[in-house]
Ligand binder design. Sequence first.
Ligand SMILES: Nc1ncnc2c1ncn2[C@@H]1O[C@H](COP(=O)(O)OP(=O)(O)OP(=O)(O)O)[C@@H](O)[C@H]1O
Ligand SMILES: [Mg+2]
Length: 451
Amino acid sequence: MTETANILIIDDDETILDSCSQVLKREGHIVKGAKDGEKGLELFKKEFFHIVLLDLKLPGLDGMEVLSVIKEESPETPVIIITGFASIDSAVESIKRGAFDYLAKPFNPEELRIITKKALESRKIFFENIYLRTELEKKIEFNMVVGKSKVMEKVLDIVTRVSPTESTVLITGESGTGKELIAREIHNHSLRKYAPFVVVDCGALVETLFESELFGHVKGSFTGAFETKHGRFEVANGGTIFLDEISNISLNIQANLLRVIQEREITRVGSTKPIKVDVRILAATNENLADLVRKGKFREDLFYRLSVVPIHLPLLKERKEDIPLLVDHFLHKYNKRSNKKINKVSQNIKKALMKYDWPGNIRELENTIERAVVLSKSDEIELEDLVYHGIRSGSSLLDPTDGRYKTLDEIEKEYIKTVLQAQFGNKSKTAKILGIDRKTLLAKVKKYNIQ
Ligand SMILES: Nc1ncnc2c1ncn2[C@@H]1O[C@H](COP(=O)(O)OP(=O)(O)OP(=O)(O)O)[C@@H](O)[C@H]1O
Ligand SMILES: [Mg+2]
């Protein structure tokens, strides 16, 4: 079933006007006719039409001029040109000027039905594209890289310059400093922005599975390979692949990866046929790759290929002046998400947030604000919404409370609790931050009876 559309036909030939009208009305459309360009435009400006059928040879105002007025007023309206056999050239010219397509006379009802259907479809796609683009822009707004500090300015300057190129970029920085965000930023500002951005976590799978995840496999290449599978490189074709935690890949896969970069082709596991891929590679790690190269755990040639442009992201505590900006940014983001209007953050709180060291970096700050927005009962963030996060105003762990200094055990307990909460109970991350191994942490958690 076709949807009802409003259609305007501008043609001085009465028989064409009538017959087209009849065909389209039978399709369920609402049709209006005009016998010359002036009347046609008058109608067009007064009423709403989904599509226009336009004769090129008209008395008075010429069809081509009518076309340019319509396209200027509403570029989304498809205009179908009706033309005599003798004037195919001008029909072609009209398409150059924005007409959707043309119908050469004489045409039969079926041709008319098909072309109007296509025109209506193209109108839909036009709006879908606008929708997708605005959705994308919105996403970009929320995923904006915030930061005015000197170090971030430098980072953003490199990002701006490297984005439109095809260079491989190696992004380094500790957990939560924004490596993935920067990778997305580079993709979103590249010529590949409307193509896929594919994230691969290089630490997530065992080697054999990982190889097929990256390059795909053919049916029967190993037990469990029931069907041919497209690897992430094929999925990312035309776009960007982001190899996260790149330090985790085995020497064997490092060799394969090097080949992809050099030859621009992949081979599925179990196949010998190379497949061309056009993919830009971005990689990230929170380890020191140069160190791994020295230890023989990472190929030197691959290291140089990956780090054509290196970008290092600073710790949040090294750019505390960005904290107030980030707080406002995350407030805006989580207000929108949770339909709240919390816009007051006292100076006191901002100070407390700037005093804290943020071992989990921006991710920790973001989680803190999200939590505070969700928990807040007023239009203001209260200190108590933050306090059990280890963030406190004024008083520090080291200040005397109730007139006495704390014991070392008390401080240790409090500090472990603080970091554990900031890491949302993640013991491995907490242990790493505290510089002890997991076992020791578990023992201490037990000793101090920390929940
Ligand atoms: N400069 C920034 N401005 C705004 N938001 C940021 C910024 N940097 C990071 N974020 C946000 O902080 C969170 C963590 O960032 P991201 O995931 O990019 O870090 P990461 O370095 O990849 O961390 P990990 O090593 O743990 O994977 C994300 O939600 C991201 O949007
Ligand atoms: Mg990450």
